[in-house]
Design a protein around this ligand. Structure first.
Ligand code: ADE
Length: 254
């Protein structure tokens, strides 16, 4: 998987790329990460990448020429076998979900543009494929969103996690039909009077599967009824046996 990030804080993304799951995925060449510093694409002696808004108002706006130059440089440097999806990270974007992560994994290459200040010159939106938000809250910039997205997509790449089965039956996944995951238990069998459910100790595979399917549905009803109402998880859903998820169509191209 090929990933590029355009940012004013390259050291933040580089440190993330050198750590843990992503660090290993890069080392084993399952993931390529290119970090494009926005600053050298700035204007003049001070390499300014922002300016005050036309029409007045407080705050600074990221310049379209600098952002597009950085995106183009990142695309060239990434040298992905296919054109990477250009994704703008802002609180105004489409909500990021596990489905989004699966689509991005399936596409195989993407560039994430992180904002700072009051936002981007609106014309940037004509040079990207997709605008994504990781939630209805506003951060100082897109870097934390970029890291959340990279980690959630990278762990879906076969081989990145030790057990390639595990992402298929977890919360929100297609393999779990968009439901929350069923409860898990390990030793000890009893802790301060709390027993592991009997059915899990009997070794009856069909019974265990049925119990887990019921629990996943019950948990989703109790905690996230919106997932059932949204139609991502059918009301009678039961987790399917592990299988590779088929993507629906990728986001619209520019
Ligand atoms: N940048 C600032 N806030 C953001 C959010 N909620 N999602 C994505 N990018 C952001």
């Amino acid at each position: 998987m090929h990933v590029g990030v355009v940012t004013l804080f390259p050291e933040l993304i580089a440190a993330f790329g050198a750590t843990s799951l992503i660090g290993r995925a890069i080392e084993t060449k399952l993931v390529t990460l290119h970090v494009e510093d926005l600053r050298p694409h700035g204007i003049g002696r001070y390499k300014s990448v922002d300016d005050s808004p036309y029409g007045g108002g407080s705050g600074m706006v990221l310049r379209v020429d600098c952002v597009v130059a950085a995106l183009e440089a990142a695309e060239t440097a990434l040298a992905a076998p296919l054109r990477p999806l250009r994704i703008l990270l802002t609180p105004q974007g489409q909500p990021y979900t596990q489905r989004t992560a699966e689509k991005m994994r399936d596409h195989g290459a993407f560039l994430l543009a992180c904002g700072r200040y009051e936002g981007f010159d609106d014309r940037v939106r004509e040079f990207i494929d997709w605008e994504v938000s990781i939630g209805d809250f506003v951060m100082a910039g897109g870097e934390v969103a970029a890291m959340a997205i990279i980690e959630s997509v990278a762990r879906l790449v076969p081989g990145v996690l030790g057990n390639s089965e595990s992402p298929q039956v977890e919360s929100f996944s297609v393999g779990n039909r968009g439901l929350l995951e069923f409860p898990q238990f390990t030793r000890p069998q009893e802790f301060r009077g709390r027993e592991v459910p009997e059915v899990l100790r009997q070794g009856h595979h069909a019974e265990v599967s049925r119990w887990r399917a019921e629990q996943a549905l019950q948990r989703t009803r109790e905690r996230r009824p919106d997932l059932l109402a949204a139609g991502t998880a059918p009301a009678d859903a039961a987790p399917r046996p592990a299988q590779h998820s088929r993507p629906s169509e990728p986001p619209a191209s520019r």
